[in-house]
Design a protein around this ligand. Sequence first.
Ligand SMILES: [Zn+2]
Length: 449
Amino acid sequence: MSTDLATPDSQFYHEEIETLSRKKLEELQLERLRWQVNRCYDGSQFHRDKMDDAGVNPADIRSIEDILQFPITTKQELRDEQAAHPPVGRYSVAPTSHWREVHPSTGTTGAPVYNLWAEEDIGNITDWTARTKWSFGVRPGHVIHNAFSYGLWVAGLASHYAARQLGCFCVPIGATPVERQIEYILNLKPDMILATPSFALYIAEVLSSEGIDPDEISLKFGCFGGEPGAAVGSTRTRIEKGLGISAFDYYGLAEIGPTIASECGEQRGIHWAEDHLLVEVLDEETQMPVEEGTPGVFVISHLTKRATPMIRYWTNDIGILDNSTCRCGRTHARSPGGIIGRADDMIVYRGAKFYPAQVEKALRSFPQVTDEFRIRMTTDSGKGTDICTVVAEYLGENHSEASDLARLRQELGNELQVKPYVEFVPPNSLERTVFKAKRLQDDRENHDG
Ligand SMILES: [Zn+2]
């Protein structure tokens, strides 16, 4: 592959690889998949045991579809493996002398899982992150305000390394208090901001309360990850207006890597780094591939990862895949709408299934409420049934509150196919976050959530 770097006026960072025909891309994926499965089998007892138990071996990979015979890997398996073989399990394929960084999963749902990066991994991650930044307009000389958390979170360092590779001036501010963010934005005049969508909205809210016009500040674009949001039309609009920028969606996870999928300037879904990853979309129940365009769980295999490669990692994240060439000319598959939800966050209420991102979508198109909300699940003690209440901060006049409650309830009903209750609370009464928002509050009886 050519590694010629782009000139500032070129549309692509690595044109050859980004516009490779699907046929050539799939040939490259097959070649890399074979290499990876072989080295996992030879170099890791964890991977070898899994393949032996499933009755498959590396020679079974003759086409990309053959990966379907191989076993799925879950986070719980990695956690169990790590507990049985501390401290990092037996899924590393690189010798310890090649390890450079550890990036644990954030541990919100149990013990953290350690994921390791070797030197080549840092190089690849930096390269694809630089490519994503280029795709929505970052060029050498730009100032990048990196408000992604740096400590033990994959996206902070990856974005930092990529900014450096691109020849940008990086402000490594991390997830520090909002007042400091604003001070640095006003003083150092960044072109671009990186943050979680909820933190970006919080910064926008404080800018507005301080009477600062978003069109007067220097920011031109931003990329937002760590939680769904930037790809939700109404949230995107609020971030774009609130900060006076174009907003793009990022996706990544600790076990696979940061910034593995990102929107291009067309904002038509996150493009996957398919030269480094094999992405499948599987039905949550049957674990078989869904039709192209049908929502399912993303299952990802590493094609180039050296230290802790994953074969068929079950991400629990849900979305769709579109293999058609994007208007931008890139051939790597896209997921329009980004991550629709997490399989874990799915709410089942009165027979309907929905995700917090759908509640967010309905709320953000309703101007009488702020950007913060909660979904509260409780139990009706008389009937023993679930009650779902969406708690939103109300900005309107008191006399129109009753009709706004009814309208918002209707709006939610249209989006979710079921009508939760709605409760209004005063502005600023729900806690804000500098990291990922936790919006589902489960207070049901006999429920450990
Ligand atoms: Zn595109």
